[in-house]
Design a protein around this ligand. Structure first.
Ligand SMILES: O=C(O)CCC(=O)C(=O)O
Ligand SMILES: [Fe+2]
Length: 132
């Protein structure tokens, strides 16, 4: 679970989580207490994701972008903090087993050019997990 305390002073100058895309196939995000803060980048603008009752936010991650040769694009996102309310969320990162490799799926690529290399999951994911 990620806990974002309320930030009464300087909330417009700090972020809960800096801009990033997820190293996953898909990420399911449950905004437990329905406090907004998650934003996605669309056409160079940050767009708030409004929490919906009984719904999860679903992020396309880096590995799904690779697998689909860019047909599904990962989403850059960040989390802002709220001046008055704390926020709680749970992110479930779904990714292939660490000893697997992921590259553009030939059934999806067809006659197109492969835009991505095939990468071992652990080689991409481990450095990021180690730095957190
Ligand atoms: O707290 C959220 O809504 C999203 C958190 C997030 O982006 C992440 O854990 O990668
Ligand atoms: Fe994320």
């Amino acid at each position: 679970m990620t806990y974002y305390p309320a930030c009464p002073v300087g909330h417009d100058k700090v972020l809960g989580i800096s801009p990033h895309s997820d190293i996953s196939m898909l990420t399911l995000v449950w905004e437990l207490n329905m406090v907004g803060g998650l934003q996605i980048k669309r056409q160079d603008a940050w767009v708030p994701v409004k929490p919906q009752p009984k719904a999860l936010a679903v992020n396309v991650g880096d590995f799904l972008e690779i697998l689909t040769n860019g047909k599904y694009q990962n989403i850059e996102h960040r989390v802002t903090v709220n001046p008055h309310k704390e926020r709680m969320s749970i992110s479930a990162f779904h990714l292939p087993k660490f000893d697997m490799s992921v590259g553009p799926l030939s059934e999806i690529v067809g006659a197109e050019v492969k835009k991505y290399k095939t990468l071992r999951v652990d080689e991409v994911a481990m450095p990021c997990l180690a730095s957190e």
